[in-house]
Design a protein around this ligand. Structure first.
Ligand SMILES: [Zn+2]
Length: 264
């Protein structure tokens, strides 16, 4: 039934407005993502933009070879080759380095950072690393997922935070890339880590899996390049900058008024 033909009550009208607002907001968000996707489509083809939901970098093993892919769980299960999916790191990822022990890879306290967090945030891809497709009994020890190369406008880092709130760095380009830049993954497992970027823009992240199969021996995957697009939302960004300016101005005023008081 349509809403035409009778007058709406205030409550219905309000509910209707809210509904329309939701639709507009959704459209707006979709348009934003579509525009971002369009920009991407100009440079590359056949890519799916993943801006939210549970998604894992998956490691399978078929015909004596590792198979690195993207396993999307929401809104429905589907798999992509690494280059076919783009992880969209939206404005909800924007934050700042907490400093301290995080400074070595995220910069001093207050340094901007865009993070896909290890805990789910509905506005961001919930990115994990999965080896569930492997049979644990087929493998000797852990698998390594090694960082081989990153191209992008800033640093790329992957870390967890331990029970004491201290970072455990798994990989980062902040001090170059070495054999230490790797994740150790238990075959048949699945987990989520913090994935951070120090600047907005496009990143290509090349990973390589290796492990010792009990029958096939040491296996090393072909390099697989994953794509991330870190997008600052201009309005949020402008607000943040305005906020910073206001804080700076307030501090200066306080300092000045303090001086004046001293002179009086
Ligand atoms: Zn996951």
């Amino acid at each position: 039934m349509g809403l035409e033909g009778r007058e709406l009550t205030g409550a219905e009208d309000f509910a209707n407005c809210l509904h329309l607002f939701e639709i507009h907001r959704t459209c707006f968000m979709k348009t934003t993502w579509m525009l971002a996707g369009l920009t991407l489509a100009l440079t590359t083809q056949a890519q799916t933009f993943i801006g939210s939901g549970h998604v894992d970098i998956g490691i399978g093993y078929e015909d004596k070879a590792f198979d690195l892919h993207v396993h999307q769980e929401d809104p429905f299960e589907q798999e992509f080759a690494p280059g076919e999916a783009v992880f969209a790191v939206g404005s909800a990822a924007a934050g700042v380095s907490p400093g301290g022990a995080f400074s070595s890879f995220l910069g001093p306290a207050g340094t901007p950072i865009w993070t896909l967090p290890a805990t789910a945030n509905e506005s961001l891809p919930y990115l994990g690393f999965g080896t569930e497709e492997l049979t644990a009994a087929d493998w000797a020890g852990n698998l390594s997922l090694s960082l081989k190369a990153v191209s992008g406008p800033g640093n790329f880092s992957v870390w967890s935070v331990n029970g004491f709130g201290a970072p455990e760095l798994r990989m980062s380009t902040a001090n170059g890339i070495s054999a230490d830049d790797r994740l150790l993954l238990v075959p048949g497992s699945h987990g989520h880590l913090n994935v951070g970027f120090s600047a907005p823009g496009d990143y290509l992240v090349t990973l390589e899996a290796s492990g010792t199969h009990l029958v096939d021996g040491l296996r090393i995957s072909d390099p697989a390049t994953y794509r991330f697009q870190v997008i600052p939302e201009p309005s949020t960004w402008a607000l943040a900058l305005t906020g910073a300016a206001v804080v700076a101005l307030t501090l200066r005023r306080q300092r000045n008024s303090g001086k004046q008081l001293g002179h009086d």
